[in-house]
Design a protein around this ligand. Structure first.
Ligand code: UD1
Length: 420
């Protein structure tokens, strides 16, 4: 099994170029199904989740050239049922449902996969589509959707904030007849980027980034070009890398506005934060961080995708801290692995993590359980005493482009070991 050998006791110093956002690029790629014209998407990260999305699009008939940018010709798409073996590997594959339905009046999608961080139902996606006029049939392992005429704009009040369901509803409403209003919509920067992409193609979406999004249906979409926003979670992960190693890291080609809460917490931990238009620097000036309390929330709150990395930060910080997860039910899979390495952590009622900071972690054989845990364990290895073996690293490649290479450039020593 593939694993990383991570040498410890490293101070991480230097520049990191931040990649494009996985969670924006994935839905944008799938939304190309909505048009018959060519689209060119740049700043798409090289990740296994993105490769899967491309395979899915190719399978249903899209012609794709993947060089520096991704060029998609969606005109030849003809299949309405992408294969289960690919669909079940990523969560984002659910975003094929609405575009296929819109384009072909029917679609069949197997249930999506992704990190096992909670129940992750798709009821809100389906409720939204029904409200717009679709008939949905759920089979044992698949969803079939039909429309007999163009979907019709409507008012949708989301009972819970969901990034995924907001994306699905936007992509169905773009070509529906009349106005759709989404209330209590997700406000994540990825939603804003998706709306920007669709508007480039001729959609009429306003309010993305606010709680209320207005989508005036248009009769067709054109082709166009789009550059994906920087990955705010990757940025946060590298800032934590600097903080835990008492180092100084400058993240370049990023967007400071997307990380306000995260920067506030890092500053509370004692880091000196500076930022400009598209860069952020974090300097610990050789000092051990103070622990910080965190409660995850939908954007603009603290991102659940940085919970594991901040657990590591608190594990080696001065003081006691509480982290509360409010979005997913199973986001604590990194905790037993960090405990193995010497962290003093307890969990309560499955919602809270209590950390009593220790001065040092120690190398162990640890196992990635999901995407964010994999990055966290590699960072833990960089500052632990000795050489840490991180197993099951395939999770990492789903969501971090050149992670070990980027860390090695700022002072880490991570080697990949492909032994059986
Ligand atoms: C997306 C991101 C993920 C991030 C999460 C929250 C992608 C590929 N994944 O996941 O990295 O952690 O947003 O920022 O972009 N829910 C329902 N019914 C639904 C949909 C969601 O109850 O139909 C619940 C979920 O179980 C969860 C909450 O709503 O408790 C938020 O989920 P959602 O925002 O939809 O997350 P994802 O889109 O799955």
């Amino acid at each position: 099994m593939n694993q990383f050998c991570v040498e410890g006791n490293k101070k991480l110093n230097g520049n990191v170029i931040i990649s494009g956002s996985k969670n924006a690029a994935l839905p944008i790629l799938f939304m190309s199904i909505l048009t018959n014209h060519k689209v060119k998407i740049s700043n798409v990260p090289k990740l296994t989740d993105i490769d899967l999305a491309i395979q899915l699009l190719k399978y249903i008939g899209a012609e794709i050239k993947h060089q520096k940018c991704i060029l998609i010709d969606p005109k030849p798409i003809k299949l309405i049922c992408p294969p289960q073996n690919l669909i079940s590997k990523i969560r984002g594959s659910i975003w094929m449902l609405a575009p296929l339905l819109t384009r072909f009046n029917q679609a069949k999608i197997f249930f999506p996969g992704g990190c096992q961080i909670g129940k992750r139902p798709i009821d809100l996606h389906l409720k939204g589509l029904k409200k717009l006029g679709a008939t949905i049939r759920i089979k044992k392992n698949s969803i079939q959707a039909f429309i007999t005429k163009r979907m019709k704009g409507t008012h949708i009040l989301m009972e819970k904030i969901s990034v995924g369901a907001t994306v699905t509803i936007i992509s169905a409403a773009v070509l529906a007849e009349g106005l759709t209003v989404i209330e209590n919509a997700a406000r994540e920067p990825e939603i804003v980027d998706i709306a920007k992409f669709l508007n480039t193609l001729g959609a009429n979406i306003t309010g993305a980034g606010n709680k209320k999004i207005f989508i005036k249906g248009v009769s067709k979409l054109n082709g166009g070009k789009h550059k994906v926003i920087p990955d705010r979670i990757e940025t946060g992960t590298f800032l934590v890398a600097a903080a835990i190693s008492k180092g100084r890291v400058i993240c370049k080609k990023t967007e400071p506005k997307h990380l306000k809460q995260v920067l506030k917490k890092l500053s509370d931990s004692g880091a000196i934060i500076k930022f400009g238009k598209n860069w952020i620097s974090l300097d610990m000036r050789g000092k051990r961080p103070h622990s910080v309390d965190i409660s995850t929330a939908a954007y603009p709150g603290f991102p659940t995708d940085l919970l594991a990395q901040f657990t590591l930060l608190n594990s080696i910080s001065k003081g006691k801290s509480k982290i509360t997860e409010t979005i997913f039910e199973n986001r604590f899979m990194h905790v037993p692995q960090l405990i193995k390495m010497g962290a003093n952590i307890t969990t309560t009622q499955e919602k809270n993590i209590i950390c009593c900071g220790v001065p040092k972690l120690f190398s162990k054989n640890v196992f990635s359980t999901d995407l964010r845990t994999s990055a966290t364990l590699i960072l833990a290895g960089c500052i632990a005493e000795g050489i840490t073996q991180v197993h099951k690293i395939f999770h990492l490649f789903r969501g971090y482009e050149y992670f070990s290479k980027k860390l090695n450039l700022i002072g880490a020593n991570i080697k990949r070991n492909n032994k059986k």
